[in-house]
Design a binder for this molecule. Structure first.
Ligand SMILES: NC(=O)c1ccc[n+]([C@@H]2O[C@H](COP(=O)([O-])OP(=O)(O)OC[C@H]3O[C@@H](n4cnc5c(N)ncnc54)[C@H](OP(=O)(O)O)[C@@H]3O)[C@@H](O)[C@H]2O)c1
Length: 159
């Protein structure tokens, strides 16, 4: 299974329920890579999406412990249920947030990482794949800059 995440230079991914620094080109990169695929998303992260609605053009699998239905999404109440729902689709990416990344980490074999060369305060972190011998960076884009902040795209694969 794949995942996609934007990390700051300390592998921070967010603070107080949101991403303190967003790069517009990363939003486009995210849209391009997830288009047509299934995405597994935590209920809180879905709430942080503008409008709080499921992502258009993607099969949304929202994970929550609450007995709710969400228009335009399939709801899973456990990780196993989310994995089962994901099996219907050719491609599935885990898109966060923190608790979802952690729980699905053992199922990931490829992670698309946007590296943002800044370290705003984060209270949630993605595992540092550079420090993990089980992971290798197999592809790295050219470095670019947005309003003075450097960023680039990397693909990591489990060895
Ligand atoms: N940098 C990035 O690329 C990126 C991407 C996405 C998110 N983020 C960041 O991640 C942070 C949010 O992460 P988070 O951990 O607070 O929230 P989250 O993972 O998006 O959602 C947590 C919620 O998901 C549900 N859930 C989680 N595990 C479950 C399970 N095993 N079974 C059933 N439901 C389950 C629960 O919903 P209920 O409470 O409804 O039961 C839980 O409260 C924010 O700071 C956000 O900005 C960063």
């Amino acid at each position: 299974m794949d995942a996609i995440v934007a990390v700051y230079s300390d592998w921070g991914i967010g603070a107080r329920g949101t991403q303190p620094l967003v790069i517009p080109a990363d939003r486009k990169h995210f849209r391009d890579l997830t288009q047509g695929a299934a995405v597994i998303v935590g209920r809180k992260t879905l709430g942080d999406v503008p409008g709080g609605r499921p992502l258009k053009g993607r099969h949304n699998i929202v994970i929550t412990r609450q007995p709710i239905t969400i228009e335009g999404a399939e709801v899973a109440h456990t990780t196993e249920e989310a994995l089962e729902l994901a099996r219907q689709y050719d491609r599935c990416l885990v898109i966060g947030g923190d608790s979802v990344f952690r729980q699905f980490f053992p199922h990931m074999d490829r992670v698309f990482i946007t590296k943002i060369d800044a370290a705003p305060h984060s209270d949630v972190f993605f595992p540092d794949l550079d420090a993990d011998p089980n992971w290798i960076c197999t592809e790295e884009s050219e470095h670019a800059e947005h309003e003075g902040v450097g960023y680039w795209f990397c693909t990591y694969e489990r060895t």
